[in-house]
Design a protein around this ligand. Structure first.
Ligand code: UFG
Length: 330
């Protein structure tokens, strides 16, 4: 398949490109490099620097490169910023996705894989989170992802574009060969921050909230390896061949891990103490989020390879050891 990976220079997108190539597909990357890193994409991967807002250029690219499937990873993903700058999120995450879908229609490309999030569920009443729980996001970031899901359902209904929606839990880790990994600027995610604190590159890690209704008082999340996420994107290809398809899958390990358990695992993997201090809760953090991944397992045959948190953190550590500053370009 010729697969255009939009946002392929970002964290999850770049790992998906590698997995697509390993599975024998022809992956091409489109990224505007606002948050992506050119160095996250190998030199032998066709790379196009373009904004999604440029519908005519994107449409031409889809035709010229004979694209079969578009995968869309290019969203802004800072939950806190989405609250303070909502229009930035609605403009890019919703508005530019509409431009991309229009470009696909113009070019006659009718298969789409979309990166959604467990944030579309807001604060669920029951755990683990199954796909058919009510979706009611508590921040604009989650709202933009849910809006796109609704658009995709409408497009599938009339047979215009078939799509697969993946709701990621907490993407974590790095490629096994240590070549690409997680580098956000600014960094807000727990595992890279904990590794930086362990190695003295940052001050003590703040534990946001120690009075949650969880076994150790800190938030529970479902940390799923980025390569496991990527493999699901390829496993869904067969389903996209059918018209009127809209399928959705929650992608997580199904295992909750607390913030404190992450710090212990980082210490074990790195051999360094993680300096940490208790801090107030971070606004908008639900106490517990973890997936019921039965649907992805049964329908896609998806089996997460990284089921224990230490093996996931070991890959993040490998990447960090050879790239302590992350990618050189930012
Ligand atoms: N945390 C800390 N200290 C830090 C950073 C994080 O205690 O310095 C805690 C958070 O409070 C949370 C956990 O670590 O309990 C994980 O936080 P992350 O920021 O790593 O990840 P989130 O769960 O907040 O966010 C992830 C994705 C988002 C997605 C969200 C859905 O990164 O894109 O899950 O809730 F929207």
């Amino acid at each position: 398949m010729n697969v255009l990976v939009v946002g392929g220079a970002g964290y999850i997108g770049s790992h998906c490109v590698k997995q697509l190539q390993a599975a024998g597909h022809h992956a091409l990357v489109l990224d505007n490099l606002v948050y992506g890193h050119r160095a996250a994409v190998s030199n032998d991967t066709p790379f196009f620097q373009e904004d999604l807002g440029n519908r005519a250029a994107v449409s031409q690219l889809l035709v010229d490169q004979k694209i079969d499937i578009v995968m869309h990873f290019a969203a802004y993903a800072y939950v806190g910023e989405s609250v303070t700058e909502p229009l930035k999120y609605y403009e890019n995450n919703t508005g530019n996705t509409i431009q991309l879908l229009l470009a696909m229609q113009d070019a006659g490309v009718d298969k789409f894989v979309f990166s959604s999030t467990c944030a579309t569920y807001g604060e669920p009443n029951t755990l683990p989170i199954v796909e058919n729980l009510p979706q009611s996001p508590i921040n604009p970031y989650g709202q933009t992802k849910l809006q796109v899901e609704a658009i995709l359902k409408d497009l599938a209904h009339v047979g215009k574009i078939s799509s697969a929606v993946f709701r990621y839990f907490n993407a974590a880790g790095a490629s096994e060969d240590g070549c690409i990994g997680e580098h956000h600027s600014p960094e807000t995610h727990l595992i890279p921050l904990a590794i930086d604190a362990a190695t003295g590159r940052r001050a003590a890690l703040k534990i946001f909230g120690t009075d949650y209704p969880t076994p150790d008082g800190t938030c529970l999340r479902d940390y799923v390896h980025v390569d496991d996420l990527s493999r699901a994107h390829i496993a869904v290809f067969d389903q996209l061949g059918k018209a009127n398809t809209f399928v959705d899958y929650n992608l997580g390990t199904g295992r909750p891990t607390s913030v404190k358990e992450i710090l212990t695992a980082v210490e074990k993997v790195t051999g360094f103490k993680v300096p940490a201090e208790d801090a107030p809760r971070r606004e908008g953090d639900p106490p517990s989020l973890y997936a019921d991944n039965t649907k992805a397992r049964t329908e896609l045959g998806w089996e997460p390879k990284y089921m224990d948190i230490e093996s996931t953190i070991a890959t993040a550590w490998k990447w960090h050891e050879s790239n302590p500053e992350g990618y050189a370009d930012q």
